[in-house]
Structure formats: structure tokens, C-alpha cells
Design a protein around this ligand. Structure first.
Ligand code: GAL
Length: 140
């Protein structure tokens, strides 16, 4: 595990050395500003976005998707009833890579599973974060 805990700039990129594999956990801690619209945490290959995790405060939902060769697939959304993020609050997102899906928890509460659409896990070698949040800690 590699731990980064200084005040980090957003957008931010970290290489995932060795790529993903089942049981590997990515954690991202940060704070949502009062005026936030959206932010994202992306797990990427050299070409594609395998997993786009996208809390949207303008729609009070969390959107997940995959982008292959520049084209977005079908969105998977969490309805507002399960929206775990709040403007003005800090959070920790933990994304556990399992054999056939990502399991995402927020502040130790399970939020969603997302079945792999790019299952060659070792090719997922980049963690990219951007949008409206303050990033305080990352581990890959
Ligand atoms: C688009 C948006 C992208 C991404 C995508 C996910 O509408 O512009 O940033 O979130 O949805 O499906």
C-alpha cells in the first residue's frame, strides 16, 4: 500500500503500480465544498475509464459508468435516497476491487457494487480524481 496524506491538488493523478487485482483497495478521503456541483474518481487503463464514480450534487445522485474508446456506456445511478455525500462534509470512499465487480463504501457503509466492464484488471493502472472536492488522503 502506498499512502499519500499531504494536502493534495485536484485534479490529481496517481499511478496504481501493478494494476488492480481482487482484494486491492483504493481509498480517497476529502471534503465537499459548499458550492460543489460534481466530482469524480476514475480508475483508468492507458486508454479507457474502467470505472467512473461521479457524485453529483446538482442531481443529488451518484453516477457510475465506463468509457471505452471515448464513448460512455450506460449509466448506473444511485437514487437520492442513498446519496451519502453532503455539501460541506468530509468523506472517505473505499473502492474494493473484487473478481467481478467493484464494491464501493462511503464512511464504512456499503453504497454500491459495479460489475466490471473492463475485466482485465491488471491493465487498470491510473487513479484520476477531479471536480469539486478537496482531497486530503489517498491510498492505492
Ligand atoms: C456525462 C458527463 C461526464 C460523465 C458521464 C457519465 O454526461 O459529461 O462527465 O459523468 O456523463 O455517464
Amino acid at each position: 500500500m502506498e499512502l499519500y496524506s499531504v494536502a493534495l491538488q485536484v485534479p490529481h493523478h496517481i499511478s496504481i503500480h501493478g494494476g488492480l487485482h481482487p482484494s486491492r483497495v483504493i481509498t480517497v478521503s476529502g471534503t465537499v465544498p459548499e458550492n460543489a456541483q460534481r466530482f469524480h474518481i476514475n480508475l483508468c487503463t492507458e486508454r479507457d475509464i474502467a470505472f467512473h464514480f461521479n457524485p453529483r450534487f446538482d442531481q443529488n445522485s451518484v453516477v457510475c459508468n465506463t468509457q471505452i474508446q471515448g464513448i460512455w456506456g450506460t449509466e448506473e445511478r444511485k437514487l437520492p435516497v442513498n446519496m451519502p455525500f453532503r455539501r460541506g462534509q468530509s468523506f472517505t470512499v473505499a473502492i474494493t476491487c473484487e473478481a467481478d465487480h467493484y464494491s464501493v463504501s462511503v464512511d464504512d457503509q456499503h453504497l454500491l457494487d459495479y460489475t466490471h466492464r473492463l475485466p482485465e484488471l491488471q491493465t487498470i493502472v491510473h487513479l484520476e480524481m477531479g471536480g469539486d472536492f478537496e482531497l486530503s488522503k489517498v491510498s492505492v
